[in-house]
Design a protein around this ligand. Sequence first.
Ligand code: ATP
Ligand code: K
Ligand code: MG
Length: 707
Amino acid sequence: MSVVGVDFGTLNTVIAVARNRGVDVIANEVSNRATPSLVGFGPKSRYLGEPAKTQEISNLKNTVGNLKRLAGRALSDPELQIEAQYVSAPLVDINGQVGAEVTYLGKKEQFTATQLISMYLSKVKATASAELKLPVSDLVMSVPAWFTDVQRRSLMDAAEIAGLKLLRLMNDTTASALGYGITKLDLPTAEEKPRRVAFIDIGHSNYTCSIVEFRKGELTVKSTAYDRHFGGRDFDKALVDHFAAEFKEKYKIDIKSNGKAMVRVQAAAEKLKKILSANSQAPLNIESLMNDVDVASMLKREELEALVEPLLKRAAVPLEQALAEAKLKVEDIDIVELVGGCTRVPALKDTIQKFFNKPLSFTLNQDEAVARGCAFSCAILSPVFRVRDFAIHDIVNYPIEFTWEKSPDIPDEDTSLVVFNKGNVMPSTKILTFYRKNPFDLEAKYAKPDQLPGKINPWIGRFSVKGVKSDEKDDFMICKLKARLNLHGILNVEQGYYVEDVEVEEPIPEEKTEGDKKDPDVSNLNFHSPPPLVSPLVTSNEPQSKRPRLEEILLTTSKAMDAESTPKMRKVKKQVRKGELPISAGTSSLDADAKNAAAEAEAAMIMEDKLVADTEEKKNELETYIYEMRNKIDDQYADFASEAEKEKLKAKLEASEDWLYDEGEDATKAIYIAKMDEIRAVAGPIVQRYFDKVEAERAAAQAAADA
Ligand code: ATP
Ligand code: K
Ligand code: MG
């Protein structure tokens, strides 16, 4: 079983694997350690990753980038107008989800963002599998901390469609923090002051700052703040706008009217930007950009900084917010770690350094830290690896509330409750208690829609609780629902059951249990007195490997019972679980049928791509064989064929070559194999005689040596 971590970036994707007792970033088929996050479509197959990049300029309308930013979004969302600028294929609406329209296999096709991402993840899977020489299934993938339920579910569906088992969607900065912490042997103990590290990730499209506390064996995210529209692409865009205006003036060309020219200037601008991180000025030259015009220009670092001034002015905002939300001061931060390509920009480094008033730390590989952290997380979650215990406490970024219809039997009942608050620990489970005589529904949604990206619908899911009825005495059923904000950061109501109050005798606990000590929330599990009827009782715990799971806390009695001394007993009212309450859930995840259909379609496309690749390989083999035989027949095979045989073989080679460049240009795999066999039939006896001679010489030499 494989252990894989994937940093699915807006621009590039990095894949790390656990092997040889460590974590390595792997190279793709062209030996790059980062793969363009792009998918393209052609007349015969798809182009995924590197080939999509190679084809991009000649295939703009059928190439889709910016994939991650499209996950779970609707085309009608005004924010999609920003995103559309970074996608060369036309975006379309597909039943409320954004997708792209492309020409594939000669036909116009529409694919949703989820499908496009699943295609890309198929490629990630193939890359990892080729490197590991193992089938790949389990992985942990990174996600911006600000992604909402619908965006996360889109990525999860995409992974499933690609045949991957996503063990965790991990927030980018949390992944970096894990990679940092798990390798440190000098973290403070539980009694000491924690080490506080600010992780700042500025990538191609977004900027995140998390303040994280480390103690031996655990990390706790104290706050996460972000600017969802801040990254390298904003620099690139400012540069392209600048050069577009300059070239219009200087060369009378309008690059904005020419897709290819735009992409070429974009690529040159990105290169120029990177040079300006190291040098104070840099040139930009493009030959025959459009209308046969060569362009040449120059830019100084200060000029670039002036072009992105509005952006740079916002650069300290996420830092201020993160600190404020963590209720910490600048002096409280011990270390400032930078990751993400855009943190190489000197003006940003300056701002961050001035803000924290301390030297910046680059101990993590800026481009690979997130992928490495994800691989560590996958190793922790995978049964095949043993990893040093390391607990990860992430944080809830958007408050989530439940709403329900008032029970006709409880007139003064509330009808909504914020169950997960911003800043709460994530993952986390909360038990909701309802007093009901009939089946009922509840709905989950984000409580503060204005905090969400763009116009994302705050709705998360609807949960119908079945099997609820009153007892013989027409008393309420005490219904317990387990709401979990899980490892992926998505919400589910995972389980429902009902309980009855019973009087039991139990020993009086002498000591606090381990769970009580570690987690104050657990001690709130107060089921001994009947809960008020006005609102559901919410209890919670944050399960962790070391702690008793929620079930155990509810169903077993105190640990003190193990003691040999006879404990003092007391009578208490306890709630005893009596049976299950089935729950049917409706969320934004694809239903099983849709997922299966998409997975089948994906598998068929993979087969198609493979057939095209195999056919191409056979064609290349045939071509190579023709050249090789043509050279050898007058060289090492010359003494092993009669003139007539030579003539025959040469004629066959020439005919095959003519065929290859004519009707054989676009044949099937089987035909290329057959053509190869035809040549082999003619060449075979000649090659055999040659090898017989070589073998005889070798045997003679061996005999001489042995003698
Ligand atoms: P995101 O995290 O926003 O989804 P990503 O993970 O794909 O995106 P990164 O790989 O962290 O992004 O960073 C890519 C960005 O960093 C690009 O815009 C790239 O041009 C920029 N970048 C890389 N090196 C440098 C450099 N030396 N100077 C300036 N910018 C750079
Ligand atoms: K990346
Ligand atoms: Mg990134």
